[in-house]
Write a protein that binds this ligand. Sequence first.
Ligand SMILES: [Cu+2]
Length: 173
Amino acid sequence: MIQRTRTALRLALSMVAALGLAASARAGEITTAGDLRIDTPWMRATPGGAKVAGGYVRVTNTGSQADRLTGAGIAIAGRGAIHSMTMAGGVMKMAAVPEGLAIAPGQTVELKPGGFHLMFEDLTSAPKVGEPVSGTLTFERAGTVPVTFAVAPIGATSPNAAASAAPAPHAHH
Ligand SMILES: [Cu+2]
């Protein structure tokens, strides 16, 4: 009887371990769309009441024709846009990039904290750590691609990083 309980417990623990692995694998999700390799879409949890959230992703063009990231959306936001972030007189400034981001053949475009990013506005609920958010990325050639955004802690600088107190001090352009 005791032996059987132990076996059941071991089984339960190994299932928890397997689920944990599945969760971390999802955090490093790679989607392929035509010639594009879409590496780990992610976002950060937001403080309560926040109406906007940034989104990040790395896209590599493995083909021979240029493409362009033109838009993005998530299920829990009214709209999404592409933004740049630059340093102007010691102040971080964000601006919409309506023309999108060109991705030349062989090139990787990285959207990350402190640089180009997706801006999701009119949040209808707050992204929470460990609860991936479904969404889309739209490209000129590859079309609209369904993706899943992993959710990292508030202040995280990468999808797998623990929350850090301060954002990266430099502006990436
Ligand atoms: Cu922004």
